[in-house]
Design a protein around this ligand. Structure first.
Ligand SMILES: [Zn+2]
Length: 169
């Protein structure tokens, strides 16, 4: 009998549209590229998205609402008709903190204060992800700042970050 997480294996790849012609990575590639992540059949869809430079959130075909992180059923209406879809990458800083200490982490420098933000995504009020903010002087970081998705390198794999919206690329 198929468990709830198996629905993500049954989804056609056509749903996972990408502006880049990068093929959907295999399970083996995800395991190889994210060696320190505890992967399962649900969150692998998120990490496969990262390798294609897509930030994926769950979307319900029943009620249309988005959710993060990926879940086997919709937290709003309990429908199992959920699938991971790329978000636009537009959002605003909802919550902001600066880490001055913490466990060693790749690409994290605590010496000048490492910005960590809760980003509210444009798709839906309350749809939020945690990420760092780059390309922004720390004194210009503020709640309400309009940001857009960008990509940084973390242990050789693409990792989502946000930067002030409208910067030249
Ligand atoms: Zn729903």
């Amino acid at each position: 009998m198929a468990g709830p997480a198996d629905i993500f294996d049954r989804m056609p790849d056509a749903r996972l549209t990408s502006p880049e012609p990068v093929p959907e990575p295999s399970d083996e590639e995800v395991l190889q590229r994210f060696p320190s992540v505890r992967l399962d059949h649900l969150n692998k869809q998120y990490y496969k998205g990262l390798l294609r430079r897509q930030l994926r959130a769950g979307r319900c075909a029943q009620c249309g609402r988005w959710h993060t992180p990926l879940r086997p059923i919709c937290p709003a209406c309990w429908s199992a008709r959920v699938s991971p879809e790329p978000v636009s990458g537009r959002g605003t800083v909802y919550l902001l903190t600066s880490l001055h200490q913490g466990p060693p982490a790749p690409g994290v420098d605590y010496s000048g204060g490492f910005p960590l933000a809760g980003i509210e995504l444009a798709e839906q009020p309350g749809l939020r992800v945690a990420a760092t903010v780059v390309d922004c002087p720390h004194d210009q970081l503020r709640v309400g700042l309009a940001v857009e998705l960008t990509w940084i390198d973390r242990e050789g794999a693409p990792w989502p970050a946000f930067r002030p919206a409208g910067l030249p690329s």
